[in-house]
Ligand binder design. Structure first.
Ligand code: MLT
Length: 209
C-alpha cells in the first residue's frame, strides 16, 4: 500500500488477542523481509510491515547516517516522528491496537528512537541488534512497557557497551528491559527467533491458546 506516508504491507491476523507487530527491516531491506519472521514468532498476530523512507545508495533505511553507527540525529528525530504519525494513521485504517515493534538493525534503532520520542505509539519492542539512537536520551515515560534487546557477542557494528547503554536508557525511562546476548555477530540466528517467540508469548497481551 502506498497511499499512507510509508510503503507497507498489512497481513491481518486470525487471533485478535495476539498483540499486532510492527515489522521494521534492516538497511537495504524492505516491507517484505520480516513478514516470515513475524509469522514465525507470533503466529496469528496481525503484521504491519513498513519500508523505510530514506535511501542510502538505493538501500532503504529508516533514517540517515553519516557513517556506519554514526547517526544524523536530527534525521533520527524527524523520521521517528514521521513513522509514529504513520503508525497512528495505519492503526485507524486497519483497526489495530498499539503494536509491539519487531525491528532488526536499522529497524531496531528507529524502534528505539520511537519509544524514546513517542512512547505512546508502541506497546513494547523486540529490538534485534539495536544501538543507542540518540546520544542524549529524550525525556520519556516508558512505564508499563516491556522491551527485549538481543545483541550479538561478536557483532562488528555494535560494541557491547552500546547495547548496554541502550538497555540503561530504556530502563531509566521506566521500561522493563530484558537484554540477551547471543554468541553470534550482526546477522540474525535461529536463537533470535526462539528468544523473540518466547518473550512475545510471555507478554500478557499475547495469550497463547
Ligand atoms: C544503523 O545505521 O542503523 C546501524 O548502523 C545498523 C545498520 O543499519 O547497519
Amino acid at each position: 500500500m502506498t497511499d499512507l506516508s510509508h510503503i507497507h504491507r498489512f497481513a491481518p491476523g486470525n487471533r485478535r488477542e495476539a498483540a499486532p507487530l510492527l515489522l521494521l527491516h534492516g538497511t537495504g531491506g524492505d516491507e517484505n523481509d520480516l513478514l516470515p519472521l513475524g509469522q514465525a514468532v507470533a503466529p496469528g498476530a496481525s503484521l504491519l510491515s513498513v519500508r523505510g523512507n530514506v535511501l542510502e545508495h538505493g538501500m532503504p533505511r529508516f533514517f540517515r547516517r553519516l557513517a556506519e553507527g554514526v547517526f544524523d540525529e536530527d534525521d533520527v528525530r524527524r523520521r521517528a516522528n514521521e513513522l509514529a504519525d504513520f503508525l497512528l494513521e495505519a492503526r485507524r485504517r486497519y483497526d489495530l491496537e498499539a503494536p509491539i515493534a519487531l525491528g532488526y538493525s536499522n529497524g531496531a534503532n528507529i524502534a528505539a528512537a520511537m519509544m524514546l520520542l513517542r512512547p505512546e505509539v508502541l506497546a513494547g519492542g523486540v529490538l534485534l541488534r539495536a544501538m543507542v539512537p540518540l546520544r542524549v536520551a529524550p525525556k520519556a515515560d516508558l512505564a508499563g512497557k516491556s522491551v527485549l534487546i538481543v545483541s550479538g557477542h561478536s557483532d562488528p557494528i555494535i560494541p557491547p557497551s552500546n547495547s548496554a547503554a541502550l538497555t540503561s536508557m530504556l530502563e531509566n525511562a521506566g521500561a522493563e528491559v530484558e537484554h540477551r546476548t547471543l554468541p553470534v555477530g550482526h546477522q540474525l540466528s535461529q536463537a533470535d527467533l526462539t528468544l523473540a517467540k518466547k518473550w512475545l508469548q510471555s507478554q500478557s497481551s499475547f495469550v497463547v491458546q
